[in-house]
Write a protein that binds this ligand. Structure first.
Ligand SMILES: NC(=O)c1ccc[n+]([C@@H]2O[C@H](COP(=O)([O-])OP(=O)(O)OC[C@H]3O[C@@H](n4cnc5c(N)ncnc54)[C@H](OP(=O)(O)O)[C@@H]3O)[C@@H](O)[C@H]2O)c1
Length: 246
C-alpha cells in the first residue's frame, strides 16, 4: 500500500534532542526514513545520530531564530535537501503554569516565538520544495491544550490553539496538492517538558508523579508514523492521544 513513508524518504524532525522528537526520529529511522535530527543541543543530536547510523544527520537549528532557520539548507548536504516529511515538534512552556500577570513577559514571548513563530518559520522554509515536487507531509505537534484550555495556560494553551488553527488552514490551503497536513494532539507525556517548564528536573518529575498515568514519547512517535502510513486518499487531520488513566 502506498503511503508517505516509502523507503528513503527524508524527514526533518525539529526538537529531536529530547522527548517526543527524539523518539519520533528513532521511529522514522526504523520505518526506513532518512532523518534530519534538528535542535539546539548539538551534543545530544550527535549521540542520536551515532545510534541511528548513516540514515540520520544532525542539524543545529534554533527555530526561534530567523537567521538559523534561513540558513537551514546551506547547512545540509545537497542530498538531504528534498525534505518529504516535516515534523514541527520543537516546543516548550518555559516559566509556564502560572496566572498570566505572574509570568515573565520575556518568557511568555519565548514560548510563542518557539511554538508558533518557529513552526511557521520552518514550514515556510520547507514548503516550497514540497510544492515543487508536489509531495510532502507536514506533521505539527499540537496538544490537548490546543482545544481544552486550563488555568495557568494562557500562553501555552494560546500557542497550541494557534498550532491548531494553523494546521487546519494549512491542510485546506494544500488540499488539492500532494501535500498533507496532520496535527497530533497529545495529553500528558512524560518527557523533559515539565523540567523545562518549572526550571528543574526534580520539579518536573514531581509534576508527572502527581499527575499519575502519562503517555510515553514512544506513544506519540507511533502516532506520527500512523499518520504517515495512510494511503493517499486518507489524511489524518487531527489525532488526539490521551493517557487512559490506568
Ligand atoms: N510533554 C507533554 O505532555 C506534551 C503534551 C502535548 C504536546 N507536547 C508538545 O510536544 C512537543 C515536544 O515536547 P516534549 O514533551 O518532547 O518536550 P521536551 O522533552 O522538553 O523536548 C523539547 C524539544 O524541543 C526542542 N526545542 C525547544 N526550543 C527549541 C528551539 N528554539 N529550537 C529548536 N528546538 C527547540 C528541545 O531541544 P533543544 O533544547 O536542544 O533545542 C527539545 O528537543 C512540544 O511542541 C510540546 O508542546 C508535549
Amino acid at each position: 500500500m502506498q503511503s508517505d513513508l516509502p523507503d528513503g524518504s527524508i524527514a526533518l524532525v525539529t526538537g529531536a534532542s529530547a522527548g517526543i522528537g527524539e523518539q519520533t526520529a528513532r521511529a522514522l529511522s526504523e520505518a526506513g526514513c532518512r532523518v534530519i535530527c534538528a535542535a539546539r543541543r548539538e551534543s545530544r543530536l550527535q549521540a542520536l545520530v551515532a545510534e541511528l547510523g548513516e540514515r540520520a544527520i544532525a542539524l543545529s537549528l534554533d527555530v526561534s531564530d530567523d537567521a538559523s532557520v534561513d540558513a537551514l539548507y546551506s547547512r545540509l548536504p545537497e542530498a538531504w535537501h528534498a525534505i518529504d516529511i516535516l515534523v514541527n515538534n520543537a516546543g516548550h512552556d518555559v516559566g509556564g503554569r502560572r496566572r498570566f500577570h505572574e509570568g515573565d513577559a520575556d518568557e511568555w514571548l519565548r514560548i510563542i516565538d518557539t511554538n508558533v513563530s518557529g513552526m511557521i518559520r520552518v514550514t515556510r522554509k520547507v514548503i516550497e520544495g514540497m510544492l515543487a515536487r508536489d509531495r510532502g507531509h507536514i506533521i505539527n505537534l499540537g496538544s490537548i491544550a490546543g482545544i481544552v484550555p486550563y488555568a495557568g495556560g494562557s500562553i501555552y494553551a494560546g500557542s497550541k490553539h494557534a498550532v491548531h488553527g494553523f494546521s487546519q488552514s494549512l491542510r485546506l490551503d494544500y488540499a488539492e496538492t500532494g501535500i498533507r497536513v496532520s496535527e497530533i494532539m497529545p495529553g500528558m507525556v512524560r518527557t523533559e517538558f515539565a523540567a523545562t517548564r518549572f526550571g528543574s528536573a526534580e520539579k518536573g518529575a514531581a509534576f508527572y508523579d502527581e499527575f499519575g498515568v502519562c503517555l510515553t514519547p514512544q506513544d506519540i512517535a507511533r502516532s506520527v508514523v500512523f499518520a504517515l502510513e495512510q494511503p493517499p486518499h486518507v489524511e489524518i487531520a487531527q489525532l488526539v492521544v490521551m493517557p487512559s488513566g490506568r
